[in-house]
Design a protein around this ligand. Sequence first.
Ligand code: IPE
Ligand code: IPE
Ligand code: MG
Length: 219
Amino acid sequence: MTPTFALQSTSSPLHVAIIMDGNGRWATRRGLPRSAGHRAGARAVRGAVEAAARDPAIAALTLYAFSADNWRRPAPEVTALFRLLARFLATEGPRCAANGVRVSVIGRRDRLPAPLVSAIAATEAATAAGSALHLRIALDYSARWAIGAGCLVPDVDLLIRTGGERRLSDFLLWESAYAELVFLDRLWPDFTVADFAGALREFHARERRFGHLPGAAAR
Ligand code: IPE
Ligand code: IPE
Ligand code: MG
């Protein structure tokens, strides 16, 4: 998908994080299996990554793809998700390399299937030189686990959650201490570049105070 316009530019490079929620409901509403929603969600990921890579204002994008608690789902859904993720890395890895996107995976790897672990390592190696965008994919991720293990990433500036829920579901708890939160009712597979741009506009309309008085210079 080629988005039709660029995202809004800003002065300092941003770390945007997204909780990509709503794939299952998207599919169920269409009478499709949940796995079809995850496939549609993967297409939305491609659009979001390409848009972020083109925007010089966004330095890093962290996407929540599979939480440590998602192991509680039925095994066939988990298996389908891991297969889809491995395929996604195989097809998107070269695109990311071509677009200057460096891909990293955060979260545990010791419980993931071996082919997925190999696909992750191959993608990380193939994209290591990318400097347009650092794409982080959170897989078997738990913020509480990451904090305990000291696996922290840069502070989040803007945290977007699609799918209508207003919660963090154990995502980047430490790094979101001063993140601006944007909750969208849109289900993830329907998330467009226009939605992304709208969330960034909302971000820029807010005053980040970091404890200062209103109007005082932020950090
Ligand atoms: C988010 O969509 C993707 C993952 C958690 C893997 P869901 O699968 O949670 O979709 P809903 O919330 O059931 O609609
Ligand atoms: C959070 O969504 C995890 C991902 C988007 C990968 P969930 O759908 O698993 O979150 P809860 O269960 O509604 O909190
Ligand atoms: Mg969900």
